[in-house]
Each structure stands twice: as C-alpha cells, then as structure tokens.
Design a protein around this ligand. Structure first.
Ligand SMILES: Cc1cc2nc3c(=O)[nH]c(=O)nc-3n(C[C@H](O)[C@H](O)[C@H](O)COP(=O)(O)OP(=O)(O)OC[C@H]3O[C@@H](n4cnc5c(N)ncnc54)[C@H](O)[C@@H]3O)c2cc1C
Length: 385
C-alpha cells in the first residue's frame, strides 16, 4: 500500500498534510474594534482569584533553556558521509518557534533528496520537525536519550513567546531577524490549526498588573525580547480602574496563546507513530555514534544536549524555576506583575519564572517559590470581589 492509499484507507485523506495548509491563514491587521470594552457589561468578576498557598504547590521544577547568543543554530554541516541538519538552541522560545525552525530544517533535509532521516531528540523542536518531515514523505526515526516527560520541553511555561531569550541582539547577525520573523510567522499559522483539539493549544486572556508604567522600565536587552512582529497576536489594551479588579495603576489585557504541554506532546508523538515514525531510546555520546547510524541524513534537535557532542561553546543554559499549583478550572488566564507571573494550564497553574544564565543546577529553591507565591498572594489579596 502506498502512502497516499494509506492515508485514504485510514480516513485521513482530507487531513491537511501538505504545506498548503499553512498558507490558507490570513494575517490579521490591527482592527478598528479594540476589545477594550469586552467585559464591560459583565464586570470584572470573570477574573477569579487563585487559591494560593505554599501547601497547594505540588511540584517545583528547574528547566534549562538552551541559549545561544547568536540565536538558534539552523544550518547544514557535512561530517564524513553524513549530512547533519542542526536545529537547536532556541532559548526561551523553543515551543513558540518549533514549527518555524522545523520548517527550515525540513527544507535543508529535502534538498539532500534522502528520504530516510535520523532525528536526534524528542523535545518539542524534534517532534515538530519529525512531523513536518513525514508530511513530505520522509521516513523518520527519532533517536533520543529521553522522551517526555523527562525532557526540558516538559519544564516550560508553555506560552507564545517567540522572542523570549532567543538570542543576544548585540551578538546576533543582522540577518537573524529575518530568519526569526519567517520562523515566527510559520509557527503562528501552524498553531491556529492546532486549536480546538482537546485544548493542546488555546487562546487565553493575559493581564499585566503593574504599579509603575512598564514602558518606563528599561527592558532587559539580553534575551532577544526586542524582536517584535505586528499582525499576529492582538495588541495589548490598557484598562481603566473600572474595567478590572486589581489594585494597580497600570493594568493591561491582551489575548495570547498557551500550550497544554503534556497533552500537546502526547498528541504529536501519537501522530508521529501513527504515520509510521519510530522512536528509539539511544544516547549519542560522541560523533562516532552518529556515524554509526544507518541513515545518511541526521537532524540534530538535541537542545542543550548538542553542546558536548558538537563542542558548541556558545550554547549555555539559562535556568528557570516553575512552581506548580493544583489546577483550578475556573482560573483560565495568565498574569504578569513585577517579579512574578502565572499561567493556568490544564495540568496546573505554573508560577514563575526566573532566568539564571550559565546555571546548570536543576535543584528547585524553596526561597524562589516563596518569593513568587508572596508577590502573587499580595496581588490576589488586593483584588476587589
Ligand atoms: C522555565 C522555562 C520556561 C519556558 N517557557 C517557554 C515558553 O513559555 N514558551 C516557549 O516558546 N518556550 C519556553 N521555554 C523554552 C523551551 O522550553 C525550550 O526552548 C524548548 O523546550 C527546547 O526544545 P528542544 O526540543 O530543543 O529541547 P529538549 O526539550 O531539551 O529536547 C532535547 C531532546 O534531545 C534529547 N537529547 C539530548 N541529549 C541527547 C544525546 N546526547 N543523545 C540523544 N538524545 C539527546 C533529549 O533527551 C530530548 O529528547 C521555556 C523553558 C524553560 C526552562
């Protein structure tokens, strides 16, 4: 049975597996209907309080963002008889950019004309890239040290943040911005096709709650947050004191995307296997291990694990701690304030997160959790209603 027959027999013939799927989504232009009055008739009571105390924290994690000052490494390298396609080093934006840089890696693989592909790594970047390759008829085997939940991608907040710690703009080459924009646009479109599937990706309201004008506070400039692309997520709207329950001078709201990480990864891994993909637990310790693989084309999506194997001196961890509260079905928003933020996912309400450059220690700090809990407790205590 050929691949086309397989899809038809499986009842999947109409599933949008070609890249034409992505092209059908139209970018939004800034609208004339601001959503400022969205809640006006219903009042602000739609913003429920968190049930927040230290004894409701059920999990603390420290994940290591794979950060490269020049930006993610998306390029081809020839090593003996193997063509290596690198796709790693996404910093704090690997979830957001996974489909976009995966698409770039796919183009590099397709240029080799090889159909049997080895893919190293089973994080969000590797899984997205593997699926994109399958959609163009490649036979993909994932070789990986670990699978979810034992990977960095499982320790992320899971929000649309394509510029978060993606590079150091002082170090990144000028052409990186265009590459980032192309990856961001591709990913954004792809996520719109993942809506409504058991909420693996969803839109939520995001509140900014500050006592001083966040615009007057100098932005951290070392993470790539300076990159911005108009026309994707709606703009932020400042709310008057009548339109929100918070005790703060500067309150804003915007809509943003979140990713429900456990179900998202499970969904995509299941799809990968359903379309004939294989996953093998196999650690790559040195280049000779790659040479020994049967496939001639190898896509490297090992995140921070690429550092020792490819001797990448640029690649460095930026650790981030998250503290997970018991989920609360009525709380379905994201909030950022000075020194803390939270996002409500299906599997918990994730409080955090900090960023320590060069820190390899993944031991959670009680002090960090207490700090974030106390900042957010104050925001909740001060809320009206
Ligand atoms: C606290 C925190 C919050 C974050 N929040 C966000 C967010 O809101 N939005 C966002 O877009 N991004 C966020 N990120 C960043 C995001 O999580 C990462 O950029 C992303 O997970 C990187 O994915 P990856 O697939 O490249 O790496 P990983 O998830 O680390 O996967 C790497 C894979 O390679 C395998 N591997 C490693 N070494 C080897 C080896 N030697 N041999 C074989 N296999 C190997 C691993 O087992 C794993 O399967 C956050 C990160 C952290 C830590």
């Amino acid at each position: 049975m050929n691949r086309r027959d397989f899809f038809q027999k499986a009842g999947l013939g109409s599933l949008a597996l070609s890249t034409g799927l992505a092209g059908s989504c139209v970018n939004q232009s800034p609208g004339t209907y601001a959503d400022k009055n969205f809640h006006i008739n219903k009042g602000y009571h739609q913003i429920p309080k968190l049930r927040l105390s230290m004894d409701r924290i059920v999990k603390e994690t420290v994940g290591l963002r794979p950060f490269r000052p020049s930006g993610p490494r998306i390029e081809t390298e020839q090593l003996g008889s193997k063509t290596i396609v690198h796709n790693y080093g996404h910093g704090g934006s690997g979830w957001s950019l996974s489909w976009g840089t995966g698409n770039m890696a796919r183009e590099m693989v397709l240029a080799t004309k090889e159909k049997k592909v080895a893919l190293l790594g089973c994080g969000t970047v590797g899984i997205a890239t593997a699926i994109l390759l399958q959609e163009r008829g490649c036979e993909v085997t994932i070789y990986t040290k670990d699978v979810p939940p034992n990977i960095t991608s499982n320790l992320a907040t899971g929000t649309w943040s394509p510029a978060s710690r993606v590079c150091d703009p002082k170090v990144a080459k000028p052409e990186f911005q265009a590459q980032w924009e192309a990856a961001t646009r591709f990913s954004f479109r792809r996520f719109q096709f993942l809506l409504g599937m058991n909420d693996i990706a969803a839109w939520v309201e995001e509140y900014g709650v500050y006592n001083e004008d966040p615009k007057s506070v100098p932005r951290s400039n070392n993470g790539g947050e300076v990159y911005h692309l108009d026309g994707l997520i709606p703009g932020s709207v400042r709310l008057s004191s009548k339109e929100h329950p918070f005790k703060a001078e500067y309150v804003s709201r915007r809509s943003n995307m979140i990713f429900n990480i456990p179900t998202y990864l499970r969904h995509h891994l299941n799809d990968f296997v359903m379309f004939g993909g294989k996953v093998k637990i196999h650690e790559i310790k040195k280049l000779e291990d790659i040479d020994a693989l049967p496939e001639r084309v190898v896509v490297n999506c090992m995140g921070l694990g690429a550092k020792p194997v490819f001797n990448d001196e640029e690649l460095t961890p930026v650790s981030g701690q998250l503290s997970c509260l018991i989920p609360q079905s009525d709380v379905q928003y994201k909030l950022s304030t000075k020194g803390a933020n939270f996002v409500s996912r299906k599997d918990g309400i994730y409080l955090g997160s900090n960023g320590i450059v060069g820190n390899w220690d993944t031991t959670p700090s009680k002090e960090q959790t207490e700090k974030v809990v106390s900042i957010l407790q104050k925001v909740m205590e001060d809320m009206k209603g």
